[in-house]
Design a protein around this ligand. Structure first.
Ligand code: ZN
Length: 193
């Protein structure tokens, strides 16, 4: 029997400023946290993430990522997240220079590689991601940084196995799961890919 249960819930937080879309905020995250049996992974697509880290941590997030593009000082935000006992992740868009991420790898529990531009669901996986993943993985190994790689955007059963082989540790799937007639079957398919 294949396991159709996800390992965590990934929450896309959009503020209408960093991205041109608004999703939801603390009351919804708190409500989900009160019912969820799985860890919550909050992906902050917001400006000034440092102002809101504490509230997301207190709302029940086990993992918090923010965008490198949204802050001048990623190191400080990573430290702040970790100070609440939460796993810290650095997210970045498909056009963000990878070399700018490298200095922070040792301070990250995970990096969130966007395989579409942040802001909207239902986008197609950008093929350049394959090359970026390979370079990133190589650098993580070179630095012995030990951070996990999460991939978000256009993830589906069609690319899950190749993503895992390319070094992705965590796959975030939205539309592929929620638009499917049998979401659990899609999760199972990806986990067994
Ligand atoms: Zn996300």
């Amino acid at each position: 029997m294949v396991n159709g249960c996800a390992d965590l819930f990934h929450l896309d937080i959009m503020d209408g400023v960093f991205v041109p879309n608004i999703s939801y905020g603390f009351p919804v995250v708190e409500a989900i946290a009160s019912k969820a049996a799985l860890p919550l992974d909050a992906h902050l697509m917001i400006v000034s993430p440092e102002k809101y880290v504490e509230r997301f941590a207190r709302a029940g997030a086990s993992m918090i990522s923010f965008h490198a593009e949204a802050t001048e000082d990623p190191e400080r935000v990573l430290e702040l997240i970790r100070s609440f006992g939460v796993k810290a992740g650095l997210a970045f868009n498909p056009d963000y220079p990878l070399e700018k991420v490298y200095p922070y790898l040792k301070s990250c529990d995970f990096v969130l590689v966007m395989s579409v531009f942040a802001g909207f669901g239902g986008q197609k996986f950008i093929p350049d991601t394959w090359e970026r993943l390979a370079s990133l993985k190589e650098e993580i190994i070179r630095q012995d940084a030990g951070c996990l790689v999460e991939v978000d955007g256009g993830v589906s059963p069609d690319n899950a196995a190749r993503l895992a082989a390319a070094g992705a540790d965590i796959l975030v799937a939205g539309s592929a799961v929620f638009r499917a007639p049998d979401p659990a079957a899609v999760v199972a398919q990806m986990k067994n890919a």
